[in-house]
Design a protein around this ligand. Structure first.
Ligand SMILES: O=C(O)CCC(=O)C(=O)O
Length: 199
C-alpha cells in the first residue's frame, strides 16, 4: 500500500432526516439493552456500553464467546432497514441483522477491533448509523498504523466497504467532554443458521 492510502469508507452526512432520527430514538427507549460481561485472562469485565442484536430468524451472533440470539426487528428500525435497501441497494440488499450499541456518555467506548466474526459474510459492507451525541470514530491500518478520524453525528451514515475489516481496525475512544447519550447501529449481512450447526 502507499503511505497515504485512505480507509475504504464512505461517510454520508445527515443521511437520516431529523424526523426519522426522532422516531427511531423514541422507539429505542424500549430496547432491551444489556451490559455484556466478557472474560479476559480469567477475569470478568462488564463492557463499557450496552447492546442489543436485532436480526432475521436464525441470524444469531457471537460476541466475545457469548451467543446472542436474534430478537425480531422493532417497527421503526425495520423501516430504516427498508430505506437503506431502497437508497443504497448495492450495499444494503442483504442486510439481515443490526447490532445496536448504546453509549451513556463519553466514558462509554469501544476498543480497537475489526468486525471479522466468521458469521459475517466475507467482504460484505457494514453500514453504521449514528443517533444522539456526535463522537469520534477512529480507523487504523493494521500494518502501517496510519490513523483516520471521522466525526459521526446524528443521522450520519458511514459505509465500511467490503475488504475493510481485513486491513483496518476501528474504535470509538472515550471523550471526556461528551456528556449525552449516543446510539450506533451497525447493519450487517450474517450467514443464516451459522450457529445452528453447532447446537
Ligand atoms: O459506535 C460506533 O460507532 C462503533 C461501533 C462498532 O465499532 C461496532 O459495532 O463494531
Amino acid at each position: 500500500m502507499t503511505q497515504h492510502e485512505s480507509p475504504p469508507v464512505t461517510l454520508i452526512k445527515q443521511f437520516l432526516p431529523p424526523k426519522l432520527c426522532q422516531l427511531l430514538w423514541q422507539e429505542s427507549q424500549n430496547y432491551p439493552l444489556e451490559k455484556i460481561v466478557i472474560q479476559v485472562f480469567g477475569k470478568y469485565h462488564p463492557i463499557p456500553r450496552t447492546q442489543v442484536w436485532f436480526a432475521d430468524s436464525g441470524c444469531d451472533y457471537k460476541y466475545s464467546g457469548s451467543l446472542i440470539r436474534a430478537l425480531p426487528w422493532p417497527q421503526e428500525l425495520a423501516k430504516i432497514r427498508l430505506l437503506l435497501t431502497q437508497k443504497l441497494p448495492e450495499y444494503a440488499t442483504h442486510i439481515n441483522g443490526v447490532l445496536v450499541n448504546h453509549y451513556v456518555d463519553g466514558q462509554d467506548c469501544m476498543g480497537w477491533h475489526s468486525d471479522n466474526e466468521p458469521e459475517i459474510v466475507k467482504d460484505s459492507a457494514i453500514l453504521s448509523l449514528t443517533l444522539g451525541a456526535a463522537r469520534d470514530f477512529v480507523v487504523r491500518h493494521k500494518v502501517t498504523k496510519q490513523k483516520f478520524n471521522y466525526l459521526l453525528a446524528e443521522g450520519d451514515l458511514l459505509i465500511m466497504h467490503g475488504g475493510m475489516q481485513q486491513a483496518w481496525e476501528h474504535a470509538l475512544p472515550k471523550r471526556a467532554r461528551v456528556n449525552s447519550p449516543r446510539l450506533n447501529y451497525t447493519f450487517r449481512h450474517i450467514k443464516p443458521d451459522f450457529y445452528q450447526k453447532f447446537n
